[in-house]
Design a protein around this ligand. Structure first.
Ligand code: HEM
Length: 473
């Protein structure tokens, strides 16, 4: 049974709703976003499923995705056990908070990250320094072949962490590598609707292992401990003025705010957790896929290298100023984001009031997923969406073309990615730095390269090995 006015979808069973049907399709297709795609083919661009206690509405295709991302009543984030367990049973952080609390915290974070270079030349210089360090490290390690799917993890995080906590990690930092692996596992364990733990939270008492509770608590405990140590260190040394980083700025703000305000110890930890998680996995997975596509398409790799050599030459490092003169490279970077779909369903939204979506009624509290995958792979618009063809992003004149509603790797609207400028600069500098310095070769057959990643909140590349041949001047 379900109200007639709700969006279409398969019939609900008592208690579990559509869980069994969804699981059956997931076992067949292997990826959550493909299940939603299959359901959209049957029921249309707005599909509604009941997953345990959660009502999940998923929108597919540019028209429906645009409708959700441009309307304030869909700017909420889901509530529920899974979304609160990270943040002490409360709605904290930035990613899964909403309303005035979120507005205030998002504004504060952006404003103060900017004070420490975010989106500015300083940030780019830091990324260049990190990329130089990474290239040196790769040169040392690149005797024979090496795993490349996670090569960027620490370097990418270092840029963000310097602005947040004023420190960077050595590329071999064992604790950080372990922590990043933990985050990686966490992203594989759940899906954007919160998974079983959100749908049936009581399962944590009955079957904590099966519903992922045991693992999630292990992951969170390690993350909390790590972040708490960093924050405690800041607490000891923070001054009254001249903050050194975002944590200092937050601690100073706490001192001048009343205890009812949203600037609390728990919020500081939650904010750090959110930025740490949102900022690391997405960018390094995108760069991992970028390496994979360069291996699979050596002719594209060569064209990028030729463009870098033409514009940058062999005697200096690529910079963001070069990007405007490198349309082919930019088109390649865009095509990788389009086809790899690292966040295939973006981040879950929530209807903050009962509202209409086209002719359907969406009740207050429904989880709303936007299939970014569906717009990136839209058959009618892209014609051959499964082909890797960077030229699709170039006009006849050779300039870069960005089709607004068919290319949204960072989302759109008020909930758009907070880290976009950092992510884009990281992506461009690390990618061009590697191709400037190395020719990437595989040591297996090209056909053996697996372009399909692991499923999860983000899609991540499966392990692959690369032979890095130094490019001579
Ligand atoms: C290639 C890398 C990245 C991609 C593809 C990406 C993509 C996205 C997407 C699709 C969203 C959700 C938009 C929505 O809700 O509709 C998002 C949100 C977010 N991203 Fe990113 N992101 C990337 C890197 C980063 C970085 C480096 C940071 C670190 C500062 C970051 C921080 C965030 C935060 C905090 C949110 C939540 C914003 C909010 O709810 O107000 N992201 N990102």
């Amino acid at each position: 049974w379900k109200p007639k006015s709700y969006p279409p979808g398969p019939k609900w069973l008592p208690i579990i709703g559509n869980y069994r049907d969804f699981k059956r399709r997931l076992d067949k297709l292997g990826y959550h976003h493909l299940v939603w795609d299959e359901l959209a083919k049957i029921y249309g661009p707005v599909v509604c499923l009941k997953m345990g206690r959660s009502l999940v509405v998923t929108v597919t295709g540019p028209e429906a995705v645009r409708e959700v991302l441009t309307r304030d009543e869909f700017d909420g984030r889901p509530d529920g056990f899974f979304f609160r367990v990270r943040t002490f049973g409360k709605r904290l952080g930035i990613v899964f908070s909403d309303g005035q609390f979120w507005q205030k915290q998002r504004k504060f974070s952006l404003q103060h990250l900017k004070d420490f270079g975010f989106g500015k030349r300083e940030m780019e210089l830091r990324i260049v320094e990190e990329s130089k360090e990474l290239i040196d490290d790769l040169k040392k390690k690149s005797v024979g072949s090496l795993y490349m799917h996670k090569a960027f993890d620490v370097s990418v995080l270092n840029v963000l962490w310097t602005m947040m906590a004023g420190e960077r990690f050595s590329l071999d930092d064992v604790r950080l590598i372990k922590l990043l692996q933990i985050i990686h596992d966490a992203f594989r364990l759940f899906d954007m609707s919160g998974g079983l733990l959100n749908q049936m939270p009581l399962l944590r008492f009955i079957a904590p292992g099966v519903c992922g509770y045991t693992k999630v608590m292990k992951i969170l405990t390690e993350m909390w401990l790590f972040l708490e140590e960093t924050i405690a260190e800041h607490r000891k040394t923070v001054g009254a003025t001249h903050p050194r980083d975002l944590i200092d700025a937050f601690l100073q703000k706490m001192k001048v705010c009343s205890s009812e305000d949203s600037f609390t110890d728990e919020q500081l930890l939650s904010l750090c957790l959110d930025l740490f998680m949102a900022g690391s996995e997405t960018t390094s997975n995108t760069l991992g896929f970028a390496m994979l596509y360069m291996l699979k398409y050596p002719n594209v790799q060569k064209k990028v290298q030729d463009e870098i050599d033409d514009v940058v030459g062999r005697n200096r490092w690529p910079t963001m100023q070069d990007k405007i003169n490198m349309p082919y490279t930019e088109a390649v970077l865009m095509e990788i984001q389009r086809i790899a779909n690292v966040p295939p369903l973006g981040i879950a939204h929530r209807a903050t009031c009962t509202t209409k979506l086209f002719e359907y009624s969406v009740p207050k509290g429904a989880i709303v997923l936007t299939s970014l995958y569906s717009i990136h792979m839209d058959n009618a618009f892209w014609k051959d969406p499964f082909e890797f063809r960077p030229e699709r992003f170039l006009t006849d004149k050779g300039t870069v073309f960005s089709p607004d509603w068919y290319f949204l790797p960072f989302g759109h609207g008020k909930r758009r990615c907070l880290g976009e400028s950092l992510a884009k600069t990281n992506y461009f500098i690390f990618f061009t730095a590697v191709l400037h310095n190395f020719i990437l070769r595989i040591d297996t057959d090209v056909d053996e390269l697996n372009m399909n990643g692991f499923d999860g909140i983000t899609i991540s590349p499966k392990p692959f090995k690369v032979i890095l041949l130094p490019r001579t001047d």
